[in-house]
Design a protein around this ligand. Sequence first.
Ligand SMILES: [Mg+2]
Length: 363
Amino acid sequence: MADRLTIRSLSATPVTVPMKRPLGTSAQTIKDASLLLVNLLTEEGIKGCAYAFCYLPSVARALVPVVEELGEALAGQPLVPVDIARRISRHFKLPGVAGPLTMVAASVDTAAWDAFAIAQGLPLARLLGGATEPIMAYNSNGLGLMTPEAAADEAEALLEGGFKAVKLRLGRADLDGDLAVVRSVRKRLPDDIHLMVDFNQALSFAEAMRRCSALEGEGIYWIEEPLRHDDYRHAALIAQAVKTPLQIGENFTGVQPMAAALAAGASDYVMFDLDRIGGVTGWQRAAGLAASHDREVSSHLFPEVSVHLLAATPTRHWLEYVDWADVLIAEPLRIENGMAIVPDRPGHGMRWVESAVTKYKLD
Ligand SMILES: [Mg+2]
């Protein structure tokens, strides 16, 4: 196996795949997953890949030339992940690594690490110093804003596969609406099943304080993003006042916002989104910071890569499991008894099903 690789090119394909269970959040309802599939080809023939979760088809389409242009800048460079990360951040220095450009930067970084791990013949988790032991996962498919009865039915259905935890979206017009659903779901689920809730930034500070306090004693495992994601000062006041742990972090764009959140005491737990935190390189930096603060780290989306990264995260906590990309992947992530199995294949183990890529490709 080649241990020194040279980047030849990058390519990207925008796709949109239907989700089995639509996700109604307080922000909007998502029925399809719009992804950008990114491929990195080396001169030695080893390929790395990754996907960006773009939310909108137009964003997935728009990023194709951005990936190709970055590919021209990286062509001919040795595939050394630390150097590639530096080159990517230099490439985007003037426009700024923000918004959708973070998706490109992170997915190319991840594809580079994938190729690097394949060349070493190691699963990404082991390359990063982790074990390939199973990782505890919660089922985050579905459970959007729905009626109390429908939510209880869906929560029960989501335990299939042995899941020991599920996540419910909140943020209805009033507190009573949210409480009715929480009680309906909690009543239906066995006592040993954890229930996370996510407001998706729906509330004002006063309303967040009121609702988070009201959720105490309702058997909630964590309360996620009650406030605008970067309002660390007010989040800290809620974290202090409410015993139920507060979870934020899917909107940390790189390590600096996380450092600010930790300094403010904005949450009890943190979660990293592969695209926003900066790919494999960004995750490792953030995981180091979390470890230095003894702060539990969960993942946001991207379960196929996050499972490896959590395996190498000293303060690992929960993997967020969604099956949205499964139809595109030859061997999707496996869940056994509620635990995510770290693939033993070299790299992160994702390979595209070409017929599915053709079928779901955006024009
Ligand atoms: Mg969330």
